[in-house]
Write a protein that binds this ligand. Structure first.
Ligand SMILES: Nc1nc2c(ncn2[C@@H]2O[C@H](COP(=O)(O)OP(=O)(O)O)[C@@H](O)[C@H]2O)c(=O)[nH]1
Ligand SMILES: [Mg+2]
Length: 331
């Protein structure tokens, strides 16, 4: 990240991330105002947007609006910029001091996929539950206190477009965020858990990979058939042999390697959200559903239909006399 110094204390490096269209740029603008600088990341044509964040006590932080990504497995150069920064894969091995992860509250389970991956990576994180207005309009209620308890991180509700919750978000950013203890938000079969822990140990020991990247790289190696590294140089023969044996063992046990990690994460998310999210009954009743209920009702449907037909009949035969008189009077 950018080396920035202010008198004696190092200025905190904070990054904003989240799925595309979750409201990252809107919240970035609300937090930084007009104090922004736009450039490119070195070596790629991906826009880099940076701003200054000032706190009540006079201290400042640098805020970077990272490109959006759905997970920590990148599918484009933009997403690679984000995942490299979040996993400490930059050349100098630096990690952000804090990650602000923006979630679309009306799509919370899907957006928690990336958020829980970041929580697993053990970088201090604050979740901004944005678009609370859209969620409420859809009848979704989220108890942020309960969500905080189940996820173990700060959760702040916001409506970026209206500037609601910005003060609360700034407050949460300013708090002290102790590094988290390792508690993975995965709920894996025991045998997968064992293989994963063993491989993480090997990757840390032999390659000096930082913990966030080691967990992620181990998951990547076990779930795919890739023989290549995910960004920390080539793998040693010893690790490759170990990975091959792990894969054979899991395949023999008929564990679906590509989906076991994804499914267990979603299962974990579902469980943690259970008590915190209330949805409208019957999967949400929209306005048109409500209208349908009355208009196609067995009794009221006919009453409304006959009334409308009656009004049309009257309008043609009786009320038309009035405009006809006007027209007649005009000649
Ligand atoms: N209803 C609603 N719309 C929002 C909110 N925050 C952002 N938006 C809108 O969502 C869209 C995507 O926002 P943007 O900040 O560009 O998302 P980004 O892709 O994550 O940077 C824009 O049209 C915003 O105006 C919010 O809290 N509520
Ligand atoms: Mg944006």
């Amino acid at each position: 990240m950018i080396p920035a110094f202010k008198t004696r204390e190092r200025v905190r490096q904070i990054v904003i991330t989240g799925n595309p269209n979750s409201g990252k740029t809107t919240l970035f603008n609300a937090l930084t105002g007009l104090r922004q600088k736009v450039g490119n990341y070195p070596g790629v044509t991906v826009e880099r947007k940076e701003g200054h964040l000032s706190f009540d006590d006079g201290s400042e932080a640098i805020l970077v609006d990272l490109p959006g990504t759905y997970s920590l497995t990148p599918n484009s150069p933009d997403e690679k910029v984000t995942t490299d920064i979040l996993l400490g894969k930059l050349k100098d091995g630096s990690l952000p001091d804090l990650v602000i992860c923006i979630l679309d509250a009306s799509n919370i389970e899907r957006h928690l996929y990336l958020a829980t991956q970041i929580i697993d990576s053990q970088i201090p994180v604050v979740l901004a539950l944005n678009m609370i207005d859209t969620a409420e309009a859809a009848g979704v209620k989220i108890d942020t206190t309960r969500l905080e308890r189940s996820l173990g991180v700060r959760v702040v509700p916001t409506i970026g477009t209206k500037g609601i919750g910005i003060a609360g978000l700034k407050h949460a950013i300013a708090e002290k965020h102790p590094g988290r203890l390792p508690s993975r938000s995965l709920n894996l079969p025991k045998v997968v858990e064992e293989e994963l822990d063993e491989l993480i140990g090997l990757l840390k020991q032999y390659r000096g990979i930082p913990p966030p990247a080691a967990l992620h790289e181990a998951v990547d190696l076990l779930s795919s058939n890739n023989g290549h590294s995910t960004g920390h140089g080539p793998l040693s023969q010893e690790i490759l042999d170990h990975v091959r044996k792990d894969r054979e063992r899991l395949d023999f046990l008929e564990i679906d390697r590509p989906s076991v990690f994804v499914e267990s994460r979603y299962a974990w998310i579902k469980r943690s959200c259970q008590d915190a999210i209330t949805r409208p009954p019957e999967g949400g009743i929209s306005f048109s559903d409500k209208l349908d209920r009355v208009l196609v009702h067995r009794v009221w449907g006919y009453v409304i239909f006959l009334t409308l037909m009656g009004v049309m009949f009257l309008s043609v035969f009786s009320w038309s006399a009035i405009p006809m008189e006007w027209i007649g009077g005009g000649f």
